[in-house]
Design a protein around this ligand. Structure first.
Ligand code: ZN
Length: 237
């Protein structure tokens, strides 16, 4: 490999390494994982509310059950003592008490039906929320696995390129290694350009005829762009 080829390849490798690290940072799975986690958090909050409502309704239904059993006990007591209702007034009093209890029971049953309906709705909402949590967790896990796989593949490429980079860089004379390092520092990502007709590939400035003929006369495969001063690879052979 000539020095010119080595510099060109070094430039390619460095650009590829940049692309790889950008790809790693911007994996599409990352945004999807964030979205799934945000959705999970929202469902968690909703579920907490739903569970609270469901528990309140259960307590309410339980209370109504107690109240119903109280009424039934009172009815039992009344029917046990009914034999003793000897006179008309006692019988009328009993009748009035029975009517009151029957009304109470009716109201309790009405309330129980309404609470039961709300409880069924809450239980259904709870089940849906738990199902959603499960689906989001499965999705997050599968995205994480896919992200991990993608990152491993990127790391493999990165390691192979880094090894190649070391070997190529090591094959260059120290002054060219240093020149490349300095040019990268100065120009950022693109330190090396090639001459394409009379236009360098990075700055794309058409060279003056005199600049071009100077380059051609020197015919140095590793030259310098007279315009932007990047390392300029020429091929006049
Ligand atoms: Zn240039």
């Amino acid at each position: 490999m000539t020095d010119a080829d080595a510099l060109r390849r070094l430039q390619e490798i460095d650009l590829e390494l940049l692309r790889i690290s950008k790809e790693g940072r911007e994996l599409p799975q990352r945004a999807k994982i964030d979205a799934a986690k945000a959705a999970r958090k929202k469902v968690d909050g909703e579920l907490t509310k739903i569970v609270g409502q469901r528990k309140d309704l259960e307590i309410e239904l339980n209370d109504l059950g107690h109240r119903r059993r109280d009424c039934e006990r009172q009815l039992d007591e009344i029917s046990a003592s009914q034999d003793g209702a000897s006179d008309y007034r006692a019988a009328a009093d009993l009748e009035a008490r029975l009517t009151t209890i029957a009304k109470k029971l009716e109201r309790i049953d009405f309330e129980s039906d309404a609470v039961t309906e709300r409880l069924i709705t809450a239980e259904r909402a709870e089940k849906n929320a738990r199902g959603l949590q499960e689906r989001l967790d499965t999705e997050t896990a599968s995205l994480a696995a896919s992200a991990k796989e993608a990152l491993l593949a990127l790391r493999d490429r990165q390691e192979a390129l880094t090894r190649e980079r070391e070997s190529i860089s090591g094959s260059l004379p120290p002054e060219l290694q240093l020149r490349y390092i300095k040019a990268r520092k100065r120009f950022g990502t693109v330190a090396v350009e090639t001459l394409d007709g009379n236009k360098p590939s990075a700055c794309r400035v058409t060279l003056q005829p005199s600049q071009y003929s100077d380059l051609k006369r020197r015919a140095q495969p590793v030259d310098e762009c007279p315009y932007c001063h990047r390392i300029l690879i020429t091929d006049f052979s």
